[in-house]
Ligand binder design. Sequence first.
Ligand code: PLI
Length: 459
Amino acid sequence: MMNGPVEPFKIKMVEHVGMPDEKRRKEAIKEAGYNTFLLKSEDVFIDLLTDSGTSAMSDYQWSGMLLGDEAYAGARNFYNLEKAIQDILGYKYIVPTHQGRGAEHLMYSHLVKPGQIVPRNMYFTTSKLHVELPGGKMVDMIIDEAHDPENEHPFKGNVDLKKLQKYIDDYGLDKIAFVSVEQDVNMAGGQPVSMENLRKLREFCNDYKLKIIYDATRSSENAYFIREREKGYENTPIIEILREMMGYSDGCIYSAKKDCLVNIGGFLATNDKDIFEATRNMVVVYEGLHTYGGMAGRDMEAVARGLREGTKYEYLKYRIHQVRYLGDMLREVNVPIVKPIGGHAVFLDAVKFLPHLEREQWPAQTLAAAIYEDSAVRSMERGAISKGRDKETGENLFPALELVRLTIPRRVYTNSHMEYTAESIIRLYEKRNTIPGLKMIYEPEYLRFFQARFEKLSL
Ligand code: PLI
């Protein structure tokens, strides 16, 4: 029987991948310090590390690459990108950057003053760091349901306005730099925000004259969920949903490496002239001229075309359902996953998967390494290692969600790859109490999850 919608594309080029044998898998993960970020790609069979920069581009995007205008200033591809962002997201001004964190750097260093806080519907790693570097602190305002993997709330990415009110009361209005809202919240399991919530947040922030800046990185996938789940949007074109969503903000940062179906790129966009002028001024210091911001002309063209392509309903339907296909296979046999299944990835609940491990034996890091050892499938830790340490006390932070992310690159893998992955995880779940934990033996200062190293403990 067929599962879900058929792929709305056919495959025109393939890349061969090899399967390392068991001996090599054991060596490779040990050499990588049990950190999947440190594995060589050639040792990986199915790469579910991230959906960032890993999409397969279309023939339309590749043909656009040949039309790259590599002039230093004023390349035509910049104007195509500007037009695509104006058409799809509705913002007036754009500043291109090399990728999402370049946009975070420009936007957040402009808006955050030392001692200020940034309420957000759950942190993201690079976002939190770019709030902290200018002396700010990111605080959580997501609804409680988001911290419970079993809770089936359809919009677990929603903002809790009572929490936001409390920050205003406790810290004072002038201590709030801006309000940050992520769509299809990554660290919560790819969970969407509802239109109703965005609308109410806008009304709330208007009363206090607070700026709302989105992390719109996965906004197209969020828009699909609004159409699927929110009353009144069942037949609304995705672009209309997106424009309404963006209309409730003052600007956004955007990593083009996800929903724009490209391998590199990013931007910030806004209707606020002050933000635009300040960030356009700084882009030349850190990224490149304001008409390329670190991207080649050909890359801007691919982003412009991918932004439009990634909002097609048939594509998004296939995309979300492929993620759901993998999640459903695991869910059927009671492997603990975050529910509902999110937009870009299936998240395993590592604490429930490996209940015999202490939190300081890093269950999610352990599980990601064990999956690789079993099947050469690469996944990623999204738990305490990603969260890092408290900036003031230096203590490890242990978020409620200790997850392994099986992130599905867009248009890259078939459903047989999903089946292979599910079989490996089910096999491991059956012998879960034989899996020993890890000890951290090297910890870098910033974004430790990328480069930390571990040793295997004995059971
Ligand atoms: O990886 P960048 O610098 O293009 O984008 C940073 C970034 C910002 N916001 C959000 C929500 C992200 O998910 C994000 C990057 N995410 C990565 C790399 C990921 O693997 O999820």
